[in-house]
Design a protein around this ligand. Structure first.
Ligand SMILES: [Zn+2]
Length: 480
């Protein structure tokens, strides 16, 4: 393979649907999945004379997002009309921000192949979403429009063209999504479109002073599709440039099924939209005390939490990735460690057992039937030798399916406590050794691997309840 002649330049525009209860400029609900046009009123359907009123929560959320991505907050904010025609946009314009967006000049540090890279964030602005066109298959030639989503609040996060590969783009997107979910600003659901990304991609010869002509990619509803679509686009542009052609500035739609992108429309420039300040909305003045108030309420962010988990609990970085992927899971872990201060043991159980059960039943940590205290008490029983790790898994399964958080009681009721009575164990061991006299001879003749067989037999006979350490010692005493 030849070394690529071009440098890849990628910038991302991410739209996050905000988790407010009501829309950005009216009191309609933002609930998802209601019958078409149920969440509407004269404001969000663009009736003449209806006036928008800004939802304060949207500003709070945008400030949160900005502070968490190291942006400065603009003190005087202007809403602007972005004019274009589309059937799902009844006013004929979208209320957005243009010259004075709420956040400017931030950054995010990402990790790619063990290296940290800083990706600039140009701006974050607030805007309203459009409605949705529905093209039912059963009614050929007819389309419907659903305005439930019209006026639902969004923030658009625009990066600098700082990414140089699809892997960097995906790392940036993942980091950004983790932050927005931690902030409880957005649910981060890419399939449902509440976290969506457009990518601007261009190529240039190494060392060229100017960026190449870019194409914008839309409709990538998973991290995997972002990666695939960018890789495809890079190859497409490379072929054009290698053949002496010119890349056309346009918007292209990613086709998931076919794994290709197709031209959708020529890319508009900002001046095509005839932006102007919305005369129906006053400038939003954000003073320092408002910003400080939001700053006080920021949670610990994923990267900081990962660092703290490594330094405070001494658990490996790979584990912290899993434990902090979800804020509820991180809280669960810490609650359990507080009761039973053995972080690595708890981390292992969460990753190997708890997550497996949660995934199988498709439930979130917040609804986990086993409480942090329940898990901690179970691990204490293993730690003090009352039960073995293997029996522990059985007890955990029982706790999970019955929502029973008293492992001690389960162990007592089911008689699962470990056999630590030497007399009882000796009798069992002698019986097994006698029945396997030939194997004992082999062992004594130097076939040391046989030892594991004897231990296995005892464990089997005791239904896993024999104390493995005692079994080891007792067998050793007997056969040397
Ligand atoms: Zn409304």
């Amino acid at each position: 393979m030849t070394v690529m002649d071009y440098e890849i330049v990628i910038g991302l525009e991410v739209h996050c649907q905000l988790l407010t209860k009501t829309k950005i400029f009216c009191g309609c609900s933002t609930d998802f999945g209601n019958p078409p046009n149920q969440n509407t009123c004269p404001v969000c359907t663009g009736m003449p004379g209806a006036l928008p009123v800004l939802n304060r929560k949207v500003v709070d959320f945008a400030i949160r997002a900005g502070l968490a991505t190291n942006c400065s907050i603009t003190s005087s904010n202007i809403f602007a009309r972005k004019n274009y025609f589309y059937p799902d946009l009844p006013k004929g314009y979208q209320i957005s921000q243009f010259e004075l967006p709420i956040c400017l000049g931030g950054y995010l540090d990402i990790e790619v192949e063990d290296e940290t890279k800083r990706i600039g964030i140009t701006r974050i602005h607030m805007e309203e979403d459009a409605g949705k066109l529905v093209h039912p298959e059963y009614e050929h030639g007819v389309s419907f429009v659903d305005y439930n989503r019209a006026c639902v609040p969004l923030i658009e996060i625009v990066s600098e063209p700082d990414m140089r590969s699809s892997a960097e783009a995906v790392a940036y997107l993942k980091a950004l999504r983790d932050i927005m979910v931690y902030l409880e600003v957005c649910d981060g659901n890419m399939e449902e479109g509440s976290f969506r990304c457009d990518a601007n991609i261009s190529l240039r010869h190494w060392g060229a002073p100017e960026f190449g002509i870019r194409a914008e990619l839309k409709n990538m509803n998973s991290f995997r599709n972002v990666q695939r679509a960018i890789d495809y686009e890079v190859e497409r542009q490379q072929d054009i440039l290698d053949g002496g052609g010119t890349v056309v500035q346009e918007t292209r739609l990613w086709n998931v099924e076919r794994g290709i992108s197709m031209s959708m429309r020529g890319k508009e420039e900002a001046h095509d939209y005839r932006y102007f300040p919305d005369p129906d909305l006053l400038p939003v003045v954000i003073d320092d005390s408002w910003v400080d108030e939001v700053r006080q309420s920021l949670p610990e962010l994923p990267a900081a939490k990962r660092r703290r988990f490594v330094s405070d609990y001494g658990i490996p970085e790979a584990d912290t990735e899993v434990l902090t992927a979800d804020r509820d899971l991180a809280d669960y872990f810490e609650a359990a460690v507080e009761i039973f201060p053995q972080p690595k043991a708890i981390a292992n159980w969460i990753m190997a057992e708890l997550l497996k059960f949660l995934n199988e039943d498709r439930i979130g940590v917040a609804n986990c039937p086993v409480t942090p205290r329940g898990l901690a008490e179970l691990l204490m029983l293993i730690d003090d030798g009352t039960i073995s790790g293997k029996i522990g898994k059985q007890v955990f399964s029982q706790m999970f399916s019955a929502g029973d958080n008293d492992p001690k009681q389960i162990v007592a009721d089911k008689g699962l406590a470990q056999m630590s009575d030497a007399g009882e164990l000796v009798a069992m061991i002698d019986e097994i050794l006698a029945a396997n006299a030939d194997k004992v001879k082999e062992y004594q003749a130097g076939k040391t691997k046989m030892f594991g067989f004897f231990v296995g037999q005892v464990m089997k006979k005791s239904k896993g309840q024999a104390n493995p350490q005692m079994v080891n010692e007792l067998i050793k005493e007997r056969i040397g």
